[in-house]
Design a binder for this molecule. Structure first.
Ligand code: B12
Length: 219
């Protein structure tokens, strides 16, 4: 990792917002890969999370970290979009996505929405703290091929399970593929929730959808 990357992570972890924003802007300006920059931000978030767990940081620091991440991803997104070329006009499929009930984290979900959209999918983003009934009615209304459940809290795993169960009870389970992500999801969480797959980042979300829905629309 370059010295600049380490300094960026350090600025974020130390809550030096102006310095972090200025360095991120400079790195992007000089051609630094925006996706790699976001992965450094993730590393910084993990360090902020650890300090929170150790009682060194509190809610205001989590909020500040979220704000910095939003600002830096706001700078990175247009560059990722440019690199992806012209926006595709024809939709490759529809994804209903939301942060499950009880959970308010949405930065990761918003990156997933953005990456799916620039890859040609139509995303119906239901937002945060989404009640199970809202997922069910969105599936009935939009008839997506894929449903994405996001959540960063451990308690979100049960909310994901409730949501998958409600989709099944409404008779819609075999009409959609369900992917989960955010936080510490893994194989065990996936089977607990009854989802079809899990993804640790937005690129996996895109490749899961590509696998399920099929490939590019012919030009
Ligand atoms: C920023 C932050 C906040 C912000 C969120 C702002 C926002 N608008 O999202 C605020 C301040 C609101 C917040 C609140 C809380 N937080 Co918080 N927060 C964080 C922090 C530092 C970063 C989270 C984040 O945005 N990461 C950055 C993104 C980009 O992460 P990412 O994983 O790379 O995202 C990718 C994947 O997750 C994936 N993905 C995401 N969704 C999906 C969906 C699908 C379908 C797929 C395939 C993939 C996918 O793609 C994303 C992009 O590549 C984490 C620490 C950490 N290590 O992450 C704690 C953390 C998640 N928070 C935590 C806690 C405890 C809380 C609070 C309970 C604190 C409190 N006492 O009030 C509240 C809960 C509020 C609630 N009900 O939700 C704990 C959770 C512990 C747990 N296991 O339950 C953590 C882990 C901190 C810690 N180590 O203790 N938090």
């Amino acid at each position: 990792m370059s010295t600049e990357s380490k300094t960026l992570i350090n600025h974020i972890v130390e809550m030096e917002e102006d310095e972090a924003n200025a360095l991120a802007a400079k790195m992007l300006d000089e051609g630094y890969d925006p996706l790699e920059l976001l992965s450094h931000c993730r590393e910084a978030m993990d360090q902020v999370g650890s300090r929170y767990e150790q009682g060194e940081y509190f809610l205001p620091e989590l909020m500040m970290a979220g704000e910095m991440l939003n600002e830096i991803s706001g700078m990175a997104k247009p560059l990722i979009q440019q690199a992806g070329g012209e926006e595709k006009k024809e939709s490759l499929g529809t994804i209903v996505l939301g942060t499950v009930h009880g959970d308010l984290h949405d930065i990761g979900k918003n990156i997933v929405t953005f990456m799916l959209e620039i890859n040609g999918y139509e995303v119906v983003d239901l937002g945060i703290d989404v009640p199970v009934a809202e997922f069910v009615s969105a599936i009935e209304e939009h008839e997506p091929q894929v449903v994405g459940l996001s959540g960063f809290l451990t308690l979100a795993f049960d909310s994901m399970k409730d949501t998958v169960e409600a989709i099944a009870e409404a008779g819609l389970r075999d009409k959609v593929k369900i992917m989960i992500g955010g936080g510490q999801v893994d194989e065990a969480v996936m089977s607990h929730t009854g989802a079809d797959a899990f993804g640790l980042n937005a690129l996996t979300a895109v490749s899961l959808c590509k696998g399920w829905i099929g490939q590019e629309v012919a030009a």
